[in-house]
Design a binder for this molecule. Structure first.
Ligand SMILES: [Mg+2]
Length: 184
């Protein structure tokens, strides 16, 4: 079974763009101090949580070329299992599913949720030692997959550029993942 494990925010959907709009709407004047540091987002953690539990989760735009490449991979026989650390608000989750269906009809075979900002270690554990591929933008979760022997890709973002781990392949878009998979 060919399975793509994927994060959603910053990998399939453009979370940063949406969050910037949310900040502008509810907290004008407030911005991320240094968007090149993942930790900079800690200052606005409570706002991120409110955003991730809101109806805004129904309206994110696809990230880069995800909308072109994910359906192709699906057609070529890959299952797509997503894991998102958005928390457990049932209506926000329902809206997220609607949002994904709108941009990626029939692509996702499952979408699991872990607590807001929580590690995906337990979720990844189910796939330990398999030949799945794992796509993340959060370095700590990417490293967990790599440690479990899962082929791991890091979707480059301003806040993860400094990451350097030999086991992890850094990519700019899904096209690069597609090439990598198909040249194996
Ligand atoms: Mg993410």
């Amino acid at each position: 079974m060919k399975i793509i494990l994927t994060d959603i925010d910053g990998v399939c959907l453009n979370w940063s763009k949406q969050f910037d709009k949310y900040l502008e709407y509810y907290h004008p004047g407030l911005s991320i101090k240094d968007p090149t540091e993942y930790d900079a987002y800690k200052d606005v953690e409570s706002i991120m949580k409110a955003h991730n539990h809101s109806a805004w989760m129904g309206y994110l735009e696809p990230l880069r070329d995800a909308k072109d490449i994910l359906p192709t991979l699906k057609q070529e026989g890959w299952e797509v299992h997503a894991c998102t650390a958005m928390g457990f608000d049932p209506h926000a989750i329902a809206l997220r599913k609607t949002n994904l269906d709108a941009h990626f009809p029939g692509v996702f075979d499952r979408m699991d949720t872990v607590g807001f900002g929580e590690s995906k270690e337990k979720w990844l554990e189910k796939y330990r030692g398999t030949d799945c591929i794992w796509v993340e933008d959060k370095i700590t979760n990417a490293m967990l997959g790599a440690q479990m022997g899962i082929k791991t890709f890091l979707m480059k973002q301003s806040y993860n550029g400094q990451c350097d781990d030999k086991r992890i392949v850094k990519v700019d878009n899904w096209q690069q993942i597609y090439y990598y998979i198909n040249k194996q």
